[in-house]
Design a binder for this molecule. Structure first.
Ligand code: ATP
Ligand code: MG
Length: 274
């Protein structure tokens, strides 16, 4: 991928709908620019990833959410996306017990702390969610599902392939206008990706056009902290059905009428016939 010129790109971003917001916060994360041994980052996880040689510069803030902010960083291997979770103590992950089912078994102390919702428990749980998101991203990528390539994880930061190009990030399917033909192709790819996940025993858990990027005709699935595994989660079937409903519903914006029941059967059938 071509290294992009930040100033030129800034100009292009200003003109497009995918303009990154809040460049100010990028600066806030950087302590010093002009040190002899390069920049220093406020956040120890970022600093560590920088020292490991993954990136030198934080370029853009793509998206700031309640729980995580996604930045574009630049380094020796080109652009990457850095998903940085906000301060452990103030975040509230999907605490839905359905997602937790069968996940953190084995560590009685953590289980107890989570149940009691103690500070330690909440921190432990949040660290586990981030670790789990990265683990799922790795597993799905290894299984050939269309997801960003994982690069590294450190503390509250996940580094992965940047889906986009020098013109900016790939938009979400929830933000683009597509022709009928493109919308049908996107639906086909989204269905196939859902089946590919199920084939390796996984259900996304938050599957809709909001977590599907559209990269020049290619669908890429993102956002994995709530992925559940069929083998351990007793509610996986319900979560799968809910994903089918929200995918079907979210494709309504393209004028496609998708029957969620049929979509679900299709996904199950595809998953069986690898
Ligand atoms: N690898 C990536 N390449 C390009 N853009 C990305 C990448 N990962 C995330 N994004 C952008 O950042 C946004 C937020 O990422 P993600 O969905 O993983 O986090 P989130 O915490 O669920 O945020 P939200 O609640 O807004 O969905 C995405 O909607 C997408 O626009
Ligand atoms: Mg998301």
């Amino acid at each position: 991928m071509a290294r992009f010129d930040p100033e030129q790109t800034a100009e292009r971003f200003r003109k497009t709908r995918h303009r990154p917001q809040g460049r100010r916060s990028v600066r806030e994360l950087r302590l010093e620019d002009a040190l002899p041994d390069g920049p220093r980052f406020d956040d120890p996880s970022l600093q560590s990833l920088h020292e490991q040689g993954h990136f030198d510069e934080l370029l853009w803030q793509l998206k700031s959410g309640k729980e995580a902010t996604v930045y574009v960083v630049d380094g020796p291997k080109g652009l990457l996306a850095a998903k940085i979770y906000s301060d452990m103590a103030v975040r509230s992950f999907k605490n839905d017990a359905a997602y937790r089912d069968g996940r953190f078994i084995g560590d009685a102390r953590i289980e107890k702390a989570i149940e009691q919702r103690s500070r330690t428990g909440v921190n432990a749980q949040q660290a586990l969610w981030i670790e789990e998101e990265y683990r799922q991203l790795c597993a799905l990528h290894a299984a050939g599902v269309a997801v960003p390539r994982p690069v590294a994880r450190e503390g509250r930061v996940i580094l992965m392939e940047f889906i986009g190009d020098e013109d900016g990030p790939a938009p979400r399917l929830s933000d683009v206008r597509l022709s009928r033909e493109e919308a049908e192709s996107a639906l086909e790819q989204a269905t196939e990706a859902m089946a590919a996940m199920l084939r390796v025993g996984r259900v996304h858990g938050d599957y809709s056009t909001f977590n599907l990027l559209w990269q020049r005709g290619r669908v890429v699935v993102i956002d994995f902290p709530q992925v559940v595994e069929v083998e351990v989660n007793r509610q996986a079937a319900e979560i799968l059905a809910r994903d089918a409903r929200s995918l079907a519903h979210s494709f309504g914006r393209f004028g496609l009428r998708v029957d969620p029941e049929r979509l679900l059967r299709d996904v199950r059938r595809r998953a069986r016939n690898a």
